[in-house]
Design a protein around this ligand. Structure first.
Ligand SMILES: *Cc1c(COP(=O)(O)O)cnc(C)c1O
Length: 488
């Protein structure tokens, strides 16, 4: 056969339409019946791969065959993050309007690296970032300085590169850090993304300086001042403070009104990481999560955790975008274009690590339009209410102790027993499959975390999770008694 006469390997639009309906049906069914699945099915390492063919297919297959394998091989190998009784880590909300817009974005298939490579991709994004300045009550000077990053980790890396550019007067672009000793200040509670950024930038882990924390895990601003002075005296350059509004482990909040003036006095960049908690500022009564954010040189929060926008979507504001562009812009000939040369447009490729960029703003636009500010607030408030509900249930059972009153959508607690018993409880309850929780530690003490905020979670799911936890604790009691008896 003449290659020109060969049938097209592509999916024609009518087939796409039919199969697309099937795929959407599949997702709708998945969401509708999620509660019937164990949240975390048991999986043996390697057992999923073992079910896949060892070689790729030579001849194309039907799409329904993929859907069948999704059901048969993949589903049993997933931790169901959208399950209404998933209370682990922090939520990673998916939602109907977000997923549909994600699909539209994929269908458009545009690259938004330059304004000229899809002007609407850049301009919708700019407008969304300004909308969020209003929605979250952020300072007016954040307007026009925002960009969507994939994650809070990338936001931190980009901020660190910008801080280096500013502190070195642009020298790091050409010479790297050149043996210069820069220091980055954080606490034990700071997300590990800060350590990763130090590694990636070549500053290395030795650049990290741990600042003391108070009993609540918040950064001690007086100790920060002491550390900065000592480093200065020793010939190092204080570069950046990574402050957190809502730490990952137990939601500590660093006091920006105390830290900000220290940073300003010493010319140190202040990055504020509010990956999880920042979006809660959409509710007036929770606006305190952003207290002192006007001190920040860069600030980020993730709609992809608690704000109904499926992964990935992080909002970053850098109040000196020219430093950011200065740090990251490189201009090969093939990307030159009149619009960029005119200086009238924003080319977001200079605001991020990769060149190519997805049209993520479409997903955010869809979410904000579907829910409206009031719908988004209602979702956050439901998560807060569920955390209080769960904490209230815990208080009725003397076998448990709260580590602290619930904060936003997080309850931290322990079984009044050894760390080993607490680990055992987590393992028992997660293996049983009704619910799923995770853990952390505070000053060497192990504790359990219950994080609310799932898109599909209702009051009854919190009650069901509580019953499963109590049952697992009782099974543990019997186990301990049994062990005590046999040891006697
Ligand atoms: C979740 C979290 C991160 C990491 O988020 P990514 O977007 O996955 O990089 C960083 N910081 C804090 C405080 C977090 O809670």
């Amino acid at each position: 056969m003449n290659p020109a006469d060969a049938p097209s390997p592509h999916m024609d639009p009518d087939t796409f339409r039919t199969l697309g309906h099937q795929a959407i049906d599949w997702i709708a069914d998945y969401w509708q019946h999620l509660a019937d699945h164990p949240v975390a099915p048991p999986v043996e390492p390697g057992s999923i791969r073992a079910q896949l063919p060892s070689a790729p297919p030579e001849h194309g297959e039907d799409f329904p065959a993929l859907l069948a394998d999704l059901e048969r091989i993949v589903l049993p190998g997933l931790l169901h993050w959208q399950h209404p009784r998933f209370f682990g880590y922090f939520p990673a909300n998916a939602s109907g309007p977000a997923v549909l817009a994600e699909l539209l974005s994929a269908g458009l298939g545009v690259q938004g690296m330059n304004w000229s490579t899809s002007p609407a991709c850049t301009e919708v994004e700019q407008q969304m970032l300004d909308w969020f300045v209003q929605l979250l009550g952020l300072p007016a000077h954040f307007r026009g300085t925002g960009v969507i990053q994939d994650t809070a980790s990338s936001a931190l890396l980009v901020a660190l590169l910008t801080a280096l550019h500013r502190a070195s007067g642009g020298r790091t672009r050409d010479h790297g850090t050149d043996g210069h000793r820069y220091r980055v200040y954080l606490t034990r509670e700071t997300h590990s993304a800060a350590a990763k950024a130090a590694v990636i930038t070549g500053l290395g882990l030795r650049a990290l300086h741990d600042v003391a924390t108070d009993a609540d895990g918040a950064m001690d601003a007086a100790d920060l001042e002491t550390c900065i002075r000592a480093d200065r005296a020793a010939g190092a350059t204080p570069l950046m403070v990574v402050a957190t509004r809502g730490t990952t482990s137990r939601l500590s909040f660093d006091a920006l009104d105390a830290i900000g003036p220290v940073c300003r006095r010493h010319g140190v960049w202040l990055h504020v990481d509010a990956a999880y908690a920042g979006v809660a500022a959409i509710c007036d009564e929770l606006r305190w999560v952003g207290d002192g954010v006007h001190h920040a040189d860069s600030y980020c929060t993730n709609p992809h955790k608690w704000l109904l926008t499926n992964f990935d979507c992080d909002l970053l504001w850098v109040t000196a975008p020219e430093a950011l562009v200065g740090a990251l812009s490189v201009l090969p000939e093939y990307l030159r274009n009149p619009a960029s040369a005119s200086g009238r447009v924003t080319d977001y490729r200079h605001w991020q690590v990769p060149l190519g960029r997805r049209f993520r703003a479409l997903k955010l636009w869809s979410v904000v339009r579907w829910y409206g500010a009031e719908g988004l607030r209602a979702h956050i408030r439901t998560g807060v209410r569920h955390a209080r509900l769960f904490a209230g249930l815990l208080r009725t059972d003397p076998r448990f102790t709260l580590l602290a009153p619930p904060v936003l959508g997080l309850v931290t607690f322990r079984l009044n027993a050894s760390d080993v018993a607490n680990r055992g409880l987590l393992d028992t309850v997660n293996t049983e499959g009704t619910t799923f929780l995770t853990h952390s530690e505070k000053n060497g003490t192990y504790f359990l975390r219950f994080a609310t905020g799932g898109t599909f979670t209702e009051d009854r799911h919190v009650h069901e999770a509580w019953r499963a936890l109590r049952k697992a604790a009782s099974a543990g009691d019997e186990g301990e008694q049994g062990a005590a008896m046999t040891s006697r």
